[in-house]
Design a protein around this ligand. Structure first.
Ligand code: BES
Ligand code: ZN
Ligand code: ZN
Length: 498
């Protein structure tokens, strides 16, 4: 169950656990000061004794504080107030939620009026701390038949206490919609591939119509007609039919060209006939992380009723070995009319995206296209899990993504595209081959995508290192991160919703 986040101006909470967020400059907010007085200085004395100075993420718990009916007061450090921004506040909210979860309590209050000159006001502070907690509290436990945490030990709601409750509640509406999108992306990536088949994924995309998203599913037959021989070649060994899901949110003026997001949705990647080794192959259930992000993003965009026209396109296929599967060496023709020698059936993501990108560009003439894909193991070698790889034909779009990456914590690092790399995918017998050789594997994959993009501003995000299996953070403790939803929602909000 999703964490419920409420906002209140209550100045004297009476029961349960109360977290007081305090900054490192020694100044406490009104409620913190009042409670210190009420408890006969117990809070400040405890802080002094424990050397608690409000350093970021430091905490101090005071059980059954004197002269109150509270069960517990927790002092939580926000660090230097000048240093706080929206992402750091979300991390603080996440940390607090983790702490509360550990206490096995059902609900708690968090007082967030941090004193000091911070660039974020009281309402924003409260809303972002609430958002961090909301993002953090996430379980994917529907397949556990035993040992579920009893309801009363599960953190179900928090009340954020702030002098600016009305404004905070308003600011939180959008953040809640974004969190819904992030959790949806995490769910999709966590789902095992026997459940989340291409048709099941398409059905979940279709369900976004409840939010007002227009959803169209192209069948194999329709894709054949369009000439999508590249995408279709990937799913040939699967018993599940491939599809292309097109999601559309028309929140902007009719005259405005849409922005488009395109995702790789390989619901399982065995490698096909170029079969992967067995070790850790299970994690290829997450090879639809790009499509999951696009779907979660559309949920966020629709959930907060964004004033923009946004298209999401996801290519849904399963890559299996079979008598019907594509063989290494087979030549296929993409919708662009170009021919591809499939030298390695495990380099399948680019085959899916080639047709999805071409279709999106031709059909919607978007202002820009951003695609996301768990495309190459090589991006993990280059960047680990700290940054997603960014490849682009457009400096402005790249800079925006880089800047917002820093601001949301979903960071990207740009790598080069160049004709010398492009040459590496020339083929002897076809227009191109789908692998470039031993070196620069992430770049040659990006070059392959670029051959299916014309002049439209385009960015490719290689999220093989960030979509799943990345280190746990204060706002995510799950194997799947939901990476990209917050970044791309912000891209739309800050640059395309005027
Ligand atoms: N889905 C994989 C990439 C991947 C690897 C994602 C690790 C997440 C974690 C992709 O389809 C793939 O197999 N790529 C090959 C390309 C190679 C055959 C040129 C790779 O990276 O080894
Ligand atoms: Zn593969
Ligand atoms: Zn793959």
């Amino acid at each position: 169950m999703a964490l419920k986040v409420k906002f209140s101006t209550d100045k004297s909470p009476k029961t349960g656990t109360l977290v007081l967020v305090v900054s490192a400059d020694g100044k406490w907010g009104t409620l913190a000061k009042e409670l210190d007085k009420q408890t006969g200085g117990q809070l400040s004395k405890a802080a002094k004794a424990a050397d608690f100075k409000g350093k970021r993420d430091a905490d101090l718990q005071i059980a059954v504080p004197e002269n109150t009916t509270l069960a517990r007061i927790v002092l939580f450090g926000a660090g230097d107030p000048d240093d706080l921004d929206s992402y750091k506040l979300e991390l603080i909210g996440g940390k607090i939620a983790g702490l509360l979860k550990g206490l096995k309590i059902n609900s708690a209050a968090i007082y967030t009026d941090i004193v000091g000159k911070s660039s974020v006001d009281a309402a924003q502070t409260a809303a972002f701390i609430g958002s961090g907690a909301r993002l953090r509290i996430y379980d994917f436990d529907q397949y556990k038949t035993k040992k579920k945490t009893p309801a009363k030990e599960k953190l179900a709601s928090i009340t954020v206490l702030t002098s600016a409750a009305t404004a905070a509640r308003k600011a939180y509406i959008d953040l809640e919609a974004i969190a819904v999108g992030v959790h949806m992306a995490r769910d999709l990536v966590n789902e095992p591939a026997n459940i989340l088949t291409p048709p099941e994924f398409a059905a979940r995309a279709k369900a976004l119509s409840e939010l007002g998203v227009k959803v169209q599913i192209l069948s194999e037959k329709q894709m054949e007609k369009l000439g999508m021989g590249s995408l279709l070649s990937v799913g040939k060994g699967s018993i599940h039919p491939s599809s292309l899901a097109i999601m559309r949110w028309d929140g902007g003026p009719k005259s405005q060209k849409p922005v488009a997001f395109v995702g790789k949705g390989v619901t399982f990647d065995t490698g096909g006939i170029s079969l992967k080794p067995g070790a850790n192959m299970w994690d290829m259930k997450g090879d639809m992380g790009g499509a999951a992000c696009v779907t979660g993003l559309m949920a966020a965009i629709a959930g907060r009723k964004a004033k923009a026209n946004v298209i999401g396109v996801i290519g849904l296929v399963e890559n299996m070995p079979d008598a019907k599967a594509t063989r290494p060496g087979d030549v296929v023709t993409s919708m662009s009319g170009q021919t591809i020698a499939v030298l390695n059936t495990d380099a399948e993501g680019r085959l899916v995206l080639a047709d999805a990108l071409w279709y999106t560009q031709q059909k919607f003439k978007p202002q820009f296209m951003v695609n996301l894909a768990t495309l190459t193991g090589a991006i993990l070698v280059a960047l680990g899990s700290e940054h997603a790889g960014l490849f682009s034909n457009n400096d402005e779009l790249s800079e925006r993504l880089h800047d917002l990456g820093q601001k949301t914590g979903e960071k990207v690092w740009r790598l080069p595209l160049a004709k010398e790399y492009d040459k590496m995918i020339d083929s002897d017998i076809a227009d191109m081959k789908n692998i470039g050789g031993r070196f620069a594997g992430s770049i040659t994959a990006a070059q392959f995508l670029q051959r299916h993009v014309n002049d439209v501003p385009w960015a490719h995000l290689d999220i093989a290192g960030t979509a799943m299996g990345s280190p746990k953070t204060a706002i995510n403790q799950s194997w799947s991160s939901g990476w990209g939803v917050r970044l791309l929602d912000r891209l739309v909000a800050e640059h395309y919703e005027k």
